[in-house]
Design a protein around this ligand. Structure first.
Ligand code: ZN
Length: 275
């Protein structure tokens, strides 16, 4: 049987609240991990000693005190001093987002914010410890296109092709969606103009409710099926639980806008032979 992943959860610094740390410890146990909790007010040195002694795979640091900028890097440093720099350190708690790039630069692998789910944390640790066995869901590669709802592609085209001078790559009807789409190339990405050809289409509804404008952002993202599953496991609301076919021989799925501050994201995977 495979050995359980061992995680040390530690609270460096002086703050005296460990409810959050305990919740995380329990969540990781629920995901089948062995969790050792150091208790409150540990020094970076104590944490590193405990991690080495307990032979853990990962250290999770939680801080509410605001001292993460000094204490998290100190833990990484102490690990390196003791030839244990291969034990990855992740952090969470109350960490202002502007501190995250600094902490990553200092060798902390990842910071989880209050918006992160414990499922995301558990999945991340699993990937970190067993990169080969887990189905790694890579971040989306780029913006495939930006979808803009228009009343008439013919009328809208002039701005893009004449004023901006961008090339029109193709126009096609996607009957299943009740739309006609025009792809305009801009560098590595595209602008997708969407015109409704059926009164029941989502674009028709969008136009009558909000008028013309940006409708969605499409991200180029492989492994669509397992990606959707991984997102769903993290509690991300999806409009499409399984991929459907989109324009340009692509498989697509939409994420519900309530997952992303009101922005509708499309995941887009192009099949072999196209891009
Ligand atoms: Zn699209």
């Amino acid at each position: 049987m495979e050995q359980k992943i061992r995680v040390l959860i530690a609270k460096p610094g002086l703050d005296g609240h460990d409810r959050g740390a305990l919740v995380i410890a329990q969540a990781l146990r629920d995901h089948g991990m062995e969790v050792i909790y150091t208790g409150l007010r540990q020094s970076p040195l104590q944490i590193v000693q405990a991690a080495i002694q307990e032979d853990v795979d990962v250290i999770g640091l939680s801080s509410l005190s605001g001292a993460h900028r000094t204490l998290f890097p100190k833990v990484v440093e102490e690990l390196e001093k003791r030839n244990a720099g291969d034990i990855p350190v992740v952090g969470g708690g109350v960490i202002p987002s502007e501190d995250i790039p600094f902490l990553l630069e200092k060798g902390v692998r990842k910071i989880f914010t209050s918006g992160s789910s414990t499922v995301a944390l558990a999945q991340y640790i699993q990937r970190l410890v067993h990169p080969k066995e887990s189905t790694i869901i890579k971040p989306p590669e780029k913006i495939a296109h930006i979808g803009i709802a228009v009343h008439s592609i013919e009328h809208a085209l002039g701005f893009y092709t004449d004023v901006l001078g961008l090339p029109l790559e193709g126009v096609e009807e996607v009957k299943s969606e009740g739309v006609k789409v025009a792809f305009i190339r801009i560098g590595e990405t595209r602008i997708e103009l969407l015109e409704s050809i059926e009164d029941t289409s989502a674009i028709h509804q969008f136009l009558s409710k909000k008028g013309e404008g940006i409708h969605h952002i499409a991200l180029e993202a492989g492994d669509l099926e397992s990606r959707l599953k991984a997102y769903r496991d993290q509690g991300v609301p999806l409009i499409n639980e399984t991929p459907k076919s989109g324009a340009n021989n692509s498989s697509i799925a939409f994420i519900h806008p309530k997952a992303a501050n009101g922005v509708l994201f499309e995941l887009c995977q192009h099949t072999e032979g196209t891009e």
